[in-house]
Design a binder for this molecule. Structure first.
Ligand code: DAH
Length: 339
């Protein structure tokens, strides 16, 4: 029996010496110490021993058991440590490895132009104002000196929510909202989306963008308007750009003008882009109508102002030489990638 125990002990120790993973370690434990394990088997067979042998064998088995248990524990710790090290090694991030390249997006050409426009005016001390796209008829038309049945309404056919609520056809209503809430000096631009019941074609879209400008203070003149627009046109289209004002009519300005810039294609000589005119119209402008100031509670005898409204699509088309407005909305990557 003694030899049997010794042989079990050396078998166990040999197996434990070579164990490489937790699963085999558990198998060894079951094989020797489990309910049907080899050492347990010896203890079970002790009934057949003589009373003198029993304590000797019992002590031997216990010593071996202790030895095996100690070794299992030691190996368990060793294997756990090894597992941890392997895991760390496997999960280490090599910061010098080249990463996965993410395709970098960029701003839509309309946003690019809008940002440039904002930058120019912010540089001249303007603040950005905003107003609702779903607008009261009062702000979109009435307060801008366009009463019901005024022929000017025909040129800006709107989408009506109901008789008093429209999708704004222009950013000019923001002028009224600002003047109602703030007394001069006022110096704002208002970029935003506007809506008109127009058929889609190369130069029209039912949704487009404008930037409105408004300056009201004591002694503001047409000269200030022209100077401002000159600076704007040169910043956006280049230092050699000239502007030209043609008399026009807007109900909310007096006098009013349409403003052209010298063609960015030919510099004014005449080409395909400007249809041989040498000039391209980009905005409407004028001196704020005294009636409009009055409606907003600003005394036209003390204050004067100028205003302008600029089409962002038209400006972007000029800036990037785009000949069809629809391209700006189709989100075709082959087109957008070019800017
Ligand atoms: N709101 C006008 C339009 O959409 C553009 C415009 C013209 C705005 C003259 C102005 C202005 O502020 O003074 O056609």
């Amino acid at each position: 029996m003694k030899e049997q125990i010794e042989s079990i002990a050396s078998e166990a120790m040999e197996k434990l010496e070579n164990v490489q993973d937790m699963k085999s370690l558990e198998e060894i434990r079951v094989l020797f110490l489990g309910k049907k394990g080899k050492l347990t088997g010896i203890l079970k067979g002790m009934g057949a021993l003589s009373p003198e042998e029993r304590p000797v064998v019992g002590q031997m088995v216990n010593e071996v058991r202790k030895q095996v248990e100690d070794s299992i524990l030691k190996n368990k710790n060793r294997l756990l440590q090894k597992e941890r090290e392997e895991k760390i090694a496997k999960e280490t991030i090599d910061v010098t490895m080249p990463g996965t390249l993410l395709a970098r997006g960029k701003k839509h050409p309309l946003t690019q132009v809008l940002d440039e426009i904002k930058e120019v005016f912010i540089g001249m001390g303007y603040e950005i104002a905003e107003g609702p796209e779903v607008e009261l008829d009062y702000y979109n038309f009435e307060a801008l000196n366009i009463p019901k049945n005024h022929p000017a309404r025909d040129t800006q056919d709107s989408f009506y929510i109901n008789e008093n609520v429209v999708l704004r056809t222009q950013t000019s209503p923001v002028q009224i909202r600002v003047m109602e809430n703030k007394k001069p000096p006022i110096k704002i631009i208002c970029p935003g989306r506007v809506y008109r019941s127009d058929q889609v074609d190369a130069t029209h879209s039912p949704i487009f963008h404008q930037v409105e400008g408004l300056v009201v203070d004591k002694g503001v003149t047409m000269g200030d308007l022209i100077g401002t627009l000159q600076v704007f046109a040169r910043s956006l289209f280049g230092e050699d750009t000239n502007i030209r004002l043609r008399p026009h009519h807007f109900p909310f300005t007096e006098p009013s003008a349409e403003v052209d810039v010298s063609c960015w294609g030919c510099g004014g000589k005449g080409c395909r882009i400007c249809k041989n005119e040498g000039w391209i119209e980009i905005l409407g402008a004028g001196m704020v109508h005294p009636k409009v100031l009055e409606i907003c509670g600003i005394d036209p005898k003390v204050y004067s102002g100028f205003a302008f409204g600029l089409g962002v699509e038209r400006t972007a088309m000029g800036r990037f030489n785009i000949d069809d407005m629809r391209l700006l909305y189709e989100n075709d990557m082959r087109f957008l990638k070019q800017f």
